[in-house]
Design a protein around this ligand. Sequence first.
Ligand code: FAD
Length: 363
Amino acid sequence: MSTIVVVGAGVSGLTCALQLAKQGGNTITVVAKHMPGDYDPEYTSPFAGANVLPMAPEYNRWEGETWPELKRLAETCPEAGIHFQKAVLYRRPQDEASAGLAGPLAEGLFVRNPWFKDVMPDYVDLPASEVPEGMSSASSFTSVCINTAIYLPWLVGQCRARGVVFKRAVLKHISDAAKLSHTGRKPDIIINATGLLSCRLGGVMDQKVMPARGQVVLVRNEATPNMVCTSGTDDGNDDELCYIMQRAAGGGTVLGGTYMKGNWDSVPDPNIATRIMKRAVEACPALTGGKGIEALDVIRHAVGLRPYREGGVRIEKENIDGTWVVHNYGHGGWGYQGSWGCAFRVQELVDEIKSELKVGSKL
Ligand code: FAD
């Protein structure tokens, strides 16, 4: 058996722990400052919508390999808190005109004929009659929305059913994990899934990591069966956008949002909140039965800080203080929709390390 300590209990750490537990041959401890059930802006996962709107500019295995697993869970596992929803993307003319499209989430999501048109079911470009005023084009496809308040505890439960042990701890240095396996043994491998705080964790201190502030409003009102996302907004800054998604199993409807890079402010801004609600009601009048934002029944205003990383996600192995560390952090706004693909890569790296260690012990 290999001894593994996973640092982090967000969607990245929990999915890795579950994948490694399913694989067998590993004794796994998950240690984290925050656990499912906590709400703290520096713990991103509970704040996510979360849905699947592919963002990579071209096919990548993170999003490509995650979709089949989330689809399978939505089809066969109601207790995971995932349901299917149609996603409708609206493009503004100025965004279509600019090279590569403007807008905070625009890298790959809003391009015409994207790679994911062959992956996401039912992808179609909508006829002009279904494109609202002010928008130049629209596309729709079948996606999912994840109720994170159900899915994260479900991941914990799946891990516990396979013998994974959970412990609270705040690490100053990634090598502190060497003393934290519940077995008392020094771990063979540490998985670093510390998200945004990887910029402050000793031994990692990744200065490419910064928050992409996401402000949302969670309401009791129900949307149409469709999730909506626009390529930009006319009444706000470039780092604001309009999206609506209804979480599975009574999780409320998430109205978004912002994608403000480098902004650590965890307090909801009332002006932004008003703009978010106004846009949502305009984009989806069914939310309030045609009434204004005063008909929205707010559960809470919230801010989550996405773990954005300049240059992209970091998934690689590194030997730190004599122990192998596999990093898996910096997922920005796609941590759920890339979670399984990333966990599969982490598993490959763990397998490589295990075979290297075995070779070493024979010498
Ligand atoms: P986190 O969830 O932040 O977890 C990090 C873990 O590491 C925590 O347990 C923390 O306590 C632990 N940790 C950190 N430092 C230490 C330390 N020193 N010692 C001990 N433990 C430590 N993604 C999607 O795929 N689809 C969406 O629709 C979507 N919508 C979003 C909407 C909003 C408003 C926001 C804010 C995010 C959204 N995201 C979405 C992005 C997604 O939420 C993140 O990419 C994802 O949650 C990152 O997960 P993580 O596990 O890497 O980090």
